[in-house]
Design a protein around this ligand. Structure first.
Ligand code: SF4
Ligand code: SF4
Length: 64
C-alpha cells in the first residue's frame, strides 16, 4: 500500500503546505485551491499534518 495526499475542499490558500513541502510538489490553482503533484510527492505528510482547515486528505492506495 502507498499513502497518497490530496487537497480536497476547504483549502483557504494559507500556502503553508506550499512553503513546507520539501520537494515543492504543491502548486496553486488560480485563487481556488492548491494541488499536489503526485509524481513529485515523497509522502512525508508535512502538508497533511500542518493544514489547519484539514483540507488535505490521506488515502491508502494499492501499489501499481
Ligand atoms: S495548508 Fe491547507 S489550507 Fe493552506 S494552502 Fe495548503 S491545503 Fe490550503
Ligand atoms: S506529503 Fe510531503 S512531499 Fe508530499 S506534497 Fe505533502 S509536504 Fe509535499
Amino acid at each position: 500500500m502507498k499513502t497518497v495526499y490530496k487537497v480536497e475542499g476547504g483549502c483557504v490558500l494559507c500556502l503553508m503546505c506550499v512553503y513546507q513541502c520539501p520537494v515543492k510538489a504543491i502548486s496553486i490553482i488560480e485563487d481556488v485551491s492548491t494541488v499536489i503533484d503526485q509524481d513529485k510527492c515523497i509522502g512525508c505528510g508535512k502538508c497533511y499534518n500542518g493544514c489547519q482547515p484539514e483540507a488535505i486528505i490521506k488515502i491508502e492506495v494499492e501499489d501499481k
